[in-house]
Ligand binder design. Structure first.
Ligand SMILES: [Zn+2]
Ligand SMILES: [Zn+2]
Length: 301
């Protein structure tokens, strides 16, 4: 599984960074987080197949996060996307999408499901649990926490050998089925497996200034994706517009005990000195990384 950063800029596109969109690629699914203008153009330069995108999570309805959505969903239909697509987003997204499709006479050949998320609610998508929480952006904005399914523990070969079970196809069945039969007795497979491993945990937050909800969503995650619109010197400006500095993002990662922090949504004013943002974050949280368009980050799970 991997994150693919399609757009990492704040507010408006620049030559270096398009507006926000982040893909999560998994062998069984492809998801997008936000879909800023020209996301479909960025996708043309990536391995992402629009028809394989089956869920899109919108953090908020500011244009730099959604103006690429109508174009994407319409192109997906033209590129033989026939499987359902689910869009999660704040209240108002249904009205906006339905009006846009109606006014432009856009016909989709697939089922479009729109779910308007609520603060604190958890949704199930492709075996993952997705929790949405309201952030603080001076505008209705959500962050998402993603929890992957538990993975079964490894086979306890020593215990099986002690019972006299020979290695072979039965070993594989024990890892896949609840019970197994050996020598006329039925055993619970779980007695011969290590404790289940917790699934991958990720958090992708929308635009926000530092807030408690961010720490809650990011608690113990393997990867936190957080905005870093500004550097330290613009901290007051950041607060006035409901954004964070890179250092504030790092403070959230530290408070949440996240393992990795990926910084995105970077203002174009730092084009000559972007290392500064990463440096300021690393002073607080060493495992911080500034993202760029088309950057790929592997994720366990
Ligand atoms: Zn934004
Ligand atoms: Zn915004």
């Amino acid at each position: 599984m991997e994150f693919y950063f399609l757009g990492t800029g704040a507010g408006m596109p620049s030559k270096q960074r398009n507006v926000t969109s982040i893909a999560l690629l998994h062998p069984k699914m492809t998801w997008l987080f936000d879909c800023g203008e020209a996301t479909q153009h960025q996708i043309l330069h990536s391995p992402i197949k629009p028809r394989k995108v089956n869920a899109i999570f919108i953090t908020h309805l500011h244009g730099d996060h959604i103006f690429g959505l109508p174009g994407f969903i319409s192109t997906r239909a033209a590129l033989e996307g026939t499987t359902p697509l689910t869009i999660y987003g704040p209240p108002g997204i249904r009205e906006w999408i339905e009006a846009t499709l109606r006014v432009t006479g856009t016909y989709l050949r697939y089922t479009l499901r729109i779910i308007e998320v609520e603060d604190g609610h958890t949704y199930e998508q492709d075996g993952f649990l997705i929790t949405a929480r309201l952030l603080e952006h001076r505008f209705l904005a959500f962050g998402y926490r993603l929890e992957g399914p538990q993975e079964r523990g490894a086979l306890r070969v020593d215990a099986l050998k002690a019972l006299g079970v020979p290695s072979g196809p039965l070993y594989r069945r024990i890892t896949q089925e609840e019970t197994f039969e050996f020598d006329g007795t039925v055993y619970a497979s779980s007695d011969f497996l290590e404790a289940p491993k917790s699934g991958v945990k990720l958090a992708v937050l929308g635009d926000t200034m530092p807030c408690e909800a961010s720490v809650t969503l990011a608690h113990g995650v393997d990867v936190l994706v957080h905005e870093a619109t500004f550097a330290d010197r613009e901290v007051e400006h950041a607060g006035r517009f409901g954004h964070s500095t890179a250092r504030q993002a790092a403070e959230i990662a530290r408070a949440a005990e996240a393992k990795t922090l990926l910084l995105t949504h970077v203002s174009a004013r730092y084009v000559e000195q972007e290392d500064l943002l990463e440096q300021e974050a690393r002073e607080v949280f060493p495992n911080s990384h500034l993202m760029h368009d088309h950057r790929v980050v592997p994720v366990k799970g």
